[in-house]
Structure formats: structure tokens, C-alpha cells
Design a binder for this molecule. Structure first.
Ligand code: H91
Length: 643
């Protein structure tokens, strides 16, 4: 039952909205109840993972042993019969990729600040015997202090004989892959990482990739040739460093130890890159031990022993979150929760009990509870959301993959169960629910509470859809007419940069790529989503006007003053770009599909109201799909709108 899968997680965390889906995982924001700290939770369904389960095990093992200021910290791992939850450090700034594209490219000074942190992270990773093998701006997140945090260790390798031993698996994103790797040669992981860092630095300084092509074979040829364009804005020092990193012969490529005090990285600094960990796992913080020992009513010695076991359970999570609080100058204090005598389990709040009850109806559903997205968006800026110690005073809210709804929380009908049955199971005095059954392969975000992104013949009986508001318009486009990419030997841009682990022997014959398979398994899992909830009358609805947001790099400012006109403009452009969308007030949930009906990209565009200067803006958020393809598509859409 799904309730068992979430039971442990809900003891310690208050779950908020989904912020991303990638490959086979979903990422939700949450709050750790004892410390009040925000976290991100990566949720994976074991069944959907299939052959990718080892990748997750690799990632977890690597993240457990890596503790560094520029690596996203793993706090807690919860494994249930069906799910794996990874509780991770919160990085409200999102992906470095989005940051670069919002700025077009970075100035050398800013690129240097980031690149020093990337070098620090990689020098540390290598010092621990690992190679990351999937370095790209999508795998670097920005934290609240604007520091970079490396993520996605699913493709990392730790050769048994040490990092000087050769590897043979070709993995990572093609555009960032080193020549020796794509040629199927045995390669040294650290040398391949340096190449990817060269591509990354180029992307920081230029805003585009040094080697790029829609045809993966042409792309590979470009990489092996190692020739790239040198834009005129690059200063000689940058050109030289890129040249040293993007050496086709790995033996001629600069080594990480020489990057640490390289003149380009030292420019304006009096010290080399400080790559050592500021938080080695072997050194425990006295204040955090004291606070935890008081909380658990045990001696400091025994508390230190328990922490040192590093089980990545709730003790590890609480310790690490306290340490993070302390590092940010916040008091090392735990909240006094409704605890049992052991101090470990928190009595569930009314909402959490409510939530669990809903989950028991859920079947295969994925659903979360938490606070409104306004609070989340506020936390994107400098202001921290107000944390209330007594969640019982709050209105429960449910989030269905980005769709937010307020209470009342209604029971969810299991697939196949009748409405009557669902009501019976939910013996509480809840109003009659309405249930929508999505067609197979409908991603959950495409399922809103009233309408489905689907062809009319799959739609529900009229009585179940009749409550749809006129502003919520699902648009399904006719199938695209592009040529079949595989027949032409062309790999779509959507797939070009996606991380893959490929057996090169099989690549040419069948283009057998896990990237493709991952999508399949995810979608299989997603088609099980069913829900029925009461719509929320929150801001951003057609009646109340667009939401008021702060300027953020994911928000494009326009010269327009009328939000409705802008919305109309975008809606007119989307079909021309083969983008399907579901409208929810001023938010457009967009997706593209491949010729084979696979969802290749999901993103949101939201018309919002900006203050200072008073203007109408467009917030954009990539949820799924290749970052560079998304960049081009959104640019294309916005350029086609008369802004
Ligand atoms: N991309 C491949 O967009 C599309 C909020 C946000 C805040 C986060 C902390 C950790 C992670 C993501 C966060 C996040 C996936 C995280 C960590 C690891 C990992 C994964 C995610 C997106 C998913 C949403 C992410 C960014 C990457 C936001 N995200 N904004 N804190 O493997 Cl180790 Cl998948």
C-alpha cells in the first residue's frame, strides 16, 4: 500500500510540491520537522526504475561518502518495498543551466566564482577515488547563498584499483563526453571529467556548447576533431584555459591539480582553490551533538557514537541539518515536537493523519501535502518562508505534481474502484468527490482536477467534466509531421544531451540508450495516477489576476502592461511551435511529444505581475527534458510573442 511507503517519510517531513521530474525520479520540496529546515526529496519507484536501480544504488553509496561544501548533501535514505526516498540539501536557486541561459552567458568574473567551486568539487570527488562522469550545468544546483552544489552521482565510478585505472563504460551526456570516451577507448575517469569541465566552462562563458549537432554521429565527429568556435568576447586567458582543458589527447589535457592555482582561476584571488572538505564526516560538531543528546535524553558520548554510525537515518539527517543551520549562523536548536518517549517519532498532526488516510485510498497514486506555492515562490527570493511550529493550525493542501489544491482533502479513488466504493472507504463526512480517470500514459501534471490533456474520445463522461472552468483549456495538437529521426540516423536534440550509459558496441546498430528507456518506465508508472480534489481559489486564477512575483532569473520581464493580452499572445504561439498545453489560470503547463508520442519535454510558463518596475512578466520552469532544447524552444516561443 502506498501509505506504508510514505509512513516513515511523513514522520519526519512535511511534504510540499514537486519541483522536477527527471528520467525516473521526481523531486519534491519538504520541511524537516525537528529542525524546520527545508530539504528536497528525490522519490523513486523501484518498479519503474527497473534496470536503473543499480544507478540509484551507486548514487546513494557515493553521496553517503561525499561530504563537501560544493556537493549536494544527502541527509536521509528511506527505502520501502516500493519506493526509495533520498532526502537532500535544499538548493532554491535551481540549476546552473537556467541561470546561464537567463543571463545569456556569464561575465568572466562570475564564471570564475562558479568555476572555482566546480574545480573544488571535482578535486574533492577525485581525491575520494571517484569520477563523476556526468558533469554539465544541469547537474550543478545553486543554494540559498548562491554557491554551487554538484548532483547526480548515478553515473559515477570508483575504480577498485584507484582513479588511475582505466574505465570502459561510455556514459554521460554526448555533448559533454570526452573524445576517448565516445571512441570506445579505455579512459581515465578524472581525465574525462576535465574535458566535461572544459565544455562546462565554455557554456558558462559563451551560453552555448562548443560541440553541438542534431545528428549524434556528426556531434561525435566534431568532438573527436576537437575544433570549436572562439567567440570574440572571450579574453585570451579564457581561450588559453579552454584550450588546455579541451585537448583531444587526454595526456595533453590539463590536470585538476594544475587547475587549482591556474592563472585564470587565480585572477583577483590571493589563494588557490580550497578543495578540501569543510565538513569531513569524521569530525563531529560539538554543539550539534549536545543538542541531539538533550533531545534524545542520552549522553553526549553515546549520541556521538550513534551519529558516527552514519546510517543515513533520521539521526544522520537531524545532525546534518543542525550542522547546516549552524553554518548559516542560525541557532543550533531543535523544535519541540509532539514526540513519543523515545523522542524519535513525531505524533502526526491532524493534517498528516488526514494525509495518510487519503494515501490509503491512493493505490498507486503519488500525492503530497504541504503549503501553498506562494510560500515556495517567496522562498526563491531572499525572504525565507515563515515556518510555523504547529502545522495543525494550517490548512492542509495537496499537491499533485505541481497542481496545488486546498482542503477539503477528499478521498482518492483507486483505479477500477467505483466512486461509491471510494466514498464508502472514506467513511468520514466528506462531500461527494468527483473522479477523473486519465488515459494510459497521461503524465500526472497533465491531469488537472477538472480536465485532462487528452483526445476527446478518451475524456470522461460529461457529468464528471462539467465543472471545468472556461480558463482551463487543454489543447492537444495533431501528431507532428517531422521525419522519423531514427530512420534518418538522426538523434533528436531532445536526446542529444541526456545522460546515458551506453555500451558502445551496441550504439551504432540500435542506438540502444537508457535515456530512452527511462522515459518509458517513468511513463508506465505515471499512467496510474488518479485523483479527485477540490480546486483552490488561490491567486493566479482567472478571477483574481496573475500572481505577484519578485524579479528572478526564471522570470522574463516584458514591456506589456496587460497580463491577459500577454497570455493570449503566448497561447496563440504555442500550437505553432508544436507545444501542447493545459491552461490553469495564468499558468500554462506545456509539453512536447516525439513522433512516437513520448513526452520529450515538460515546462511551465506563467504570466505574472512584477513590481519595481511595474510590469508583466513570464515565469518559466523546465520540469523535464533536455536543457538546451528547452532553451531554444522557450526562446523561440518568447521571440514569437510581441513582448
Ligand atoms: N533536473 C535533471 O529545480 C531536471 C528546487 C530544488 C531545490 C534541490 C535539491 C536537490 C535536488 C534538486 C533540487 C531542486 C532535475 C536534486 C539532488 C539530486 C538529484 C536530483 C535533484 C531537477 C529536479 C528539480 C531540482 C533541480 C534538478 C529545482 N530542483 N528547484 N533543491 O539527483 Cl542529488 Cl534529481
Amino acid at each position: 500500500m502506498a501509505v506504508d511507503d510514505y509512513e516513515e517519510l511523513l514522520k519526519y517531513y512535511e511534504i510540499h510540491e514537486t519541483v522536477g521530474t527527471g528520467g525516473f525520479a521526481k523531486v519534491k520540496l519538504a520541511r524537516h520537522l525537528l529542525t524546520g529546515e527545508q530539504v528536497a526529496i528525490k522519490i523513486m519507484d523501484k518498479l519503474a526504475l527497473g534496470d536503473d536501480l543499480p544507478r540509484i544504488k551507486t548514487e546513494i553509496e557515493a553521496m553517503k561518502s561525499l561530504s563537501h561544501q560544493n556537493i549536494c548533501r544527502l541527509y536521509h535514505v528511506i527505502e520501502t518495498p516500493k519506493k526509495i526516498f533520498m532526502v537532500l540539501e535544499y538548493c532554491p536557486g535551481g540549476e546552473l543551466f537556467d541561470y546561464i541561459i537567463a543571463k545569456d552567458r556569464l561575465a568572466e568574473e562570475e564564471a570564475r566564482i562558479f568555476f572555482r567551486q566546480i574545480v573544488a568539487a571535482i578535486a574533492y570527488v577525485h581525491s575520494q577515488g571517484y569520477a563523476h562522469r556526468d558533469l554539465k550545468p544541469e547537474n550543478l544546483l545553486i543554494d540559498a547563498e548562491h554557491n554551487l552544489k554538484l548532483i547526480d552521482f548515478g553515473l559515477c565510478a570508483k575504480p577498485l584499483g584507484g582513479l588511475d585505472y582505466h574505465l570502459s563504460t561510455c556514459c554521460g551526456s554526448p555533448a559533454y563526453a570526452a573524445p576517448e570516451l565516445i571512441q570506445g577507448k579505455a579512459y581515465i575517469g578524472s581525465e574525462a571529467d576535465i574535458w566535461s569541465m572544459g565544455v562546462l566552462l565554455y557554456a558558462l562563458l559563451c551560453g552555448f556548447l562548443p560541440f553541438d549537432d542534431d545528428n549524434v554521429m556528426v556531434l561525435y565527429k566534431k568532438i573527436v576533431r576537437g575544433k570549436y568556435e572562439t567567440p570574440k568576447w572571450l579574453l585570451p586567458g579564457s581561450v588559453l584555459l579552454l584550450h588546455q582543458m579541451l585537448q583531444v589527447d587526454p595526456k595533453k589535457r590539463i590536470m585538476v591539480k594544475h587547475l587549482l592555482n591556474h592563472p585564470w582561476l587565480m585572477h583577483g584571488y590571493s589563494f588557490a582553490v580550497q578543495w578540501q572538505s569543510k565538513y569531513p564526516l569524521g569530525r563531529l560538531d560539538e554543539d550539534c551533538i549536545t543538542e541531539l543528546s538533550v533531545h534524545h535524553k542520552c549522553s553526549r558520548e553515546s549520541m556521538a557514537d550513534v551519529i558516527s554510525e552514519w546510517k543515513y537515518d533520521h539521526v544522520s539527517a537531524t545532525y546534518l541539518l543542525l550542522q547546516s543551520k549552524k553554518a548559516r549562523g542560525k541557532p543550533v536548536r531543535l523544535r519541540i515536537p509532539n514526540v513519543t518517549a523515545e523522542g524519535a517519532s513525531i505524533t502526526p498532526s491532524r493534517e498528516q493523519k488526514f494525509f495518510k488516510k487519503a494515501l490509503s485510498y491512493e493505490g498507486d497514486l503519488e500525492m503530497t501535502c504541504g503549503f501553498g506555492s506562494m510560500e515556495f515562490l517567496a522562498s526563491y527570493g531572499e525572504s525565507q518562508p515563515v515556518f510555523c511550529n504547529t502545522p495543525t493550525t494550517k490548512q492542509p493542501q495537496l499537491f499533485l505534481d505541481g497542481e496545488e489544491f486546498t482542503s477539503p482533502l477528499l478521498p482518492v479513488q483507486r483505479k477500477g474502484a467505483s466512486k461509491k466504493q471510494a466514498n464508502k472507504e472514506n467513511s468520514g463526512a466528506k462531500p461527494e468527490p468527483f473522479v477523473l480517470l486519465p488515459p494510459p500514459n497521461t503524465p500526472p501534471w497533465a491531469v488537472n482536477e477538472k480536465r485532462l490533456l487528452t483526445t476527446p474520445n478518451r475524456a470522461l463522461p460529461p457529468e464528471e467534466t462539467s465543472q471545468a472552468a472556461p480558463s482551463e483549456t487543454p489543447v492537444k495538437l495533431p501528431p507532428p509531421t517531422r521525419l522519423c529521426e531514427l530512420a534518418a540516423g538522426v538523434i533528436s536534440p531532445e536526446r542529444r544531451c541526456r545522460s546515458v550509459e551506453v555500451d558502445l558496441n551496441h550504439l551504432e546498430s540500435g542506438q540502444k540508450k537508457k535515456g530512452t528507456k527511462m522515459f518509458g518506465s517513468l511513463e508506465r508508472g505515471l499512467d496510474k495516477v488518479i485523483t479527485m480534489l477540490t480546486p483552490n481559489k488561490k491567486k493566479g486564477s482567472a478571477k483574481e489576476g496573475p500572481r505577484k512575483l519578485k524579479a528572478h532569473y526564471n522570470v522574463t520581464t516584458t514591456n506589456l502592461l496587460n497580463p491577459d493580452e500577454l497570455l493570449k499572445e503566448i497561447i496563440a504561439v504555442l500550437p505553432k511551435k508544436q507545444v501542447e498545453y493545459v491552461q490553469k489560470g495564468y499558468k500554462l503547463k506545456c509539453q512536447t511529444q516525439s513522433d512516437f508520442g513520448k513526452v520529450t519535454m515538460q515546462f511551465e510558463l506563467e504570466v505574472c505581475q512584477l513590481s519595481k518596475p511595474e510590469a508583466v512578466g513570464i515565469r518559466r520552469q523546465r520540469l523535464k527534458g533536455d536543457a538546451w532544447v528547452y532553451k531554444r524552444l522557450v526562446e523561440d516561443i518568447l521571440c514569437s510573442c510581441k513582448l
